[in-house]
Design a protein around this ligand. Sequence first.
Ligand SMILES: *Cc1c(COP(=O)(O)O)cnc(C)c1O
Length: 379
Amino acid sequence: MTSADQQALATIDLEAIAHNVGVVRECSPGVPIMAVVKADGYGHGAVRVARAMLAAGVREFGVCTLEEALELRGAGIAAPILSWLHSAGADFGPALAAGIELAIPTPAHLAGIVAAAQAVGTVAVVSVKVDTGLNRNGVTVQEWPELLARLVEAEAEGTVRVRGIFTHFARADEPDHPVIELQAERLRKIAAEARAAGLAPAVVHAANSAASLTRPDLAFDMVRPGIALYGLSPMPEVGDFGLRPVMRVSGRLVRVKKVAAGEGVSYGHTWTTPQDTVVGIVPLGYADGVPRVLSGKFDVLINGELRPAVGRVCMDQFVVDLGLETTAAPGDEAVLFGDPRRGEPHAQAWADQLGTIHYEVVTGIKGRVERHYLGGPEL
Ligand SMILES: *Cc1c(COP(=O)(O)O)cnc(C)c1O
């Protein structure tokens, strides 16, 4: 099927990815970029966006799980890939065999990774994940001396090589918040202690999108942005930083019909036509990632005009009030969100209505929505 045949489409603009890589590079000049492509590339398709990012000059990738890392490697992506969320008892063998770099947040993880490296017959390349104040994953101040001693031992035995030390900020979207500096200082201290003990980490890194865009002084050896590369600002209230949204979600009207004044529309009749009107049916519903709580709270762009969604969002579809004068016809495209410079609603409009962040909006697109890629490198 071509994209014109698709009822529900997420169009992923790989040229926008390249543009966004350039924006991050301008904000944190001179440092390599590790692009975060966890959660299937924030819902954009990890392998395709990773290839576009590589072509745009990204050097490395960060993912959450071992499976995500193996998917990229299996697709032929040879660049360094760091995976950072796994239990100490995970099966590290396949990842080590595939040359995946593993984050180490506890001595127990190191033990599991050493055992797997011995079994595979390889040297595990690892990065220490440091908890400098997020209080989530990462080695704590209490565990650090033990982990450091064991890392030194493991390097001496030749089972492990410590390539990196990294942390994650809790409040990078508040660029002047003092906790950012506190976290950076703790990271510097840990890196210095590691070096004093004889380790030689090649890369220290901390900066997510917000820090990459606003705190070049905290870029260390590499920045590690995610959301900005997908064209969404980590600080929407500050500005868009010139980023271009990569994902555009649309559906084709499957039905256009007149409804008389005073009729209830969709389940529960939560909306009643104030006058005779024409409605259109858009074939995306909550099973596709259009949250039901958005019912009646968003607009779609149809033939250059914003029209309100009305009544309940159903599992498979929702209804738009097109107005009596509409020229819209079945097959016309309704854009749910995309790039405001084309007049399309922004994912942030959904986030505002939902009381969440646009990260959740783009990663929430699912179900029957087919991805279609524009531009970028050939497969
Ligand atoms: C998700 C994630 C990032 C990227 O965060 P953004 O806000 O999307 O830039 C960076 N580092 C870690 C450890 C993450 O989990």
